[in-house]
Design a protein around this ligand. Structure first.
Ligand code: NAP
Length: 300
């Protein structure tokens, strides 16, 4: 199932996040098989960032797939992100985490992403975090240059609040086609701070990262998380679903903005459960609000 982010651009409703790809321990042949299997399932979009696995490391793992099977490139959409500078072995000059949206930096990061991904273009570039020192006019020049050079087809933002989003959009010629941020039953800040309502107002299809709270919904480590697991388990039984991830996906996808979920697993059974959540059993309004309020949202 696809979601149209623009008249000329759509991505799959279930996206494979590649942040943990280095932990999956797939050799290159297994990575190729995995990508081909995803395409067969209708999952055509892969989410990267320059920092995943280290300095462009997971992009390079994906690049090996495309180097061996270049014909896969036109069957998929590739997302990448930049703006987070983190200390790592290859950049010993970076001593502390900070954000950078300067022109030279962004252009350089995109060039390195393309080199590692073995691609001539990425479909979607997201500014990973809001840079408080951003110069919107300079960022506009940067994005226009990347588009004119054919290196990036579409642009979006990640982890910006509604004011930050609107302020950048005011100065940027290209329309941001999506907003990627965290949402899960253990983290509902983006319901509380108006980001979800902003998506609805602007007709933006949000992309939710860490839909399962990085796996914490299965492995609670405090009373709040334990309670949420019990609530999800109760609704799982009511809906007669296989596991609580299917409850979470239904909860996330019920919003009218027609959201996209970015999965963090390479486990095919778990991916299939996400796909199963796109059709069939719907959660009731009451069940949906039960999860929201147990997550800490105060209804008037
Ligand atoms: N824009 C941003 O700032 C940002 C930030 C973070 C992440 N992201 C994107 O979002 C993607 C997903 O994030 P995420 O990895 O945190 O997603 P997630 O789906 O919330 O968490 C994935 C983790 O949950 C575990 N898990 C899944 N199903 C499970 C089950 N049934 N039982 C036990 N554990 C289970 C997985 O383990 P297994 O591998 O064993 O299945 C994996 O370790 C990332 O890959 C990245 O692309 C974006």
């Amino acid at each position: 199932m696809k979601v149209n982010l623009d008249d000329h651009f759509s991505i799959s409703k279930v996206v494979i996040g590649c942040m943990r790809m280095h932990e999956w321990n797939f050799d290159v042949e297994q990575r190729i098989e995995f990508v081909e299997w995803c395409i067969e399932q209708g999952i055509t979009t892969f989410d990267h960032a320059d920092i995943y696995g280290g300095n462009h490391q997971n992009e390079a793992l994906f690049g090996e797939v495309l180097q061996k099977k270049p014909q896969l490139r036109e069957k998929i959409e590739i997302i990448t992100k930049c703006s987070i500078c983190v200390p790592n072995n290859e950049n010993p000059n970076i001593k502390t985490r900070y954000f950078n949206t300067g022109k030279e930096y962004i252009i350089n990061q995109v060039n390195q992403s393309l080199e590692n991904l073995k691609c001539e273009y990425v479909d979607l570039l997201l500014i990973h975090m809001h840079d408080l020192l951003v110069n919107p006019q300079e960022l506009n020049e940067t994005l226009n240059q990347l588009k004119e050079e054919g290196k990036v087809k579409f642009f979006g933002l990640s982890n910006h609040n509604p004011l930050e989003f609107d302020t950048l959009q005011k100065y940027i010629d290209v329309k941001f086609v999506t907003h990627q941020f965290m949402l899960n039953p253990l983290g509902i800040e983006n319901y509380k701070n108006g980001t979800m309502t902003h998506c609805l107002r602007e007709g933006i299809h949000p992309m939710f990262w860490s839909p399962l709270a990085g796996g914490r919904i299965f492995n609670p480590s405090n009373a709040f998380e334990e309670n949420m697991k019990n609530v999800l388990e109760g609704i799982r039984q009511e809906l007669q679903l296989e596991d609580i991830d299917e409850v979470v996906y239904r909860w996330l996808l019920k919003h009218s903005s027609d959201p996209i979920i970015v999965l963090g697993t390479g486990n095919r059974e778990r991916i299939k459960r996400a796909l199963d959540s796109l059709d069939g059993t719907q959660m009731t309004r009451e069940q949906w609000y039960k999860i929201l309020t147990e997550a800490g949202y105060e209804l008037c």
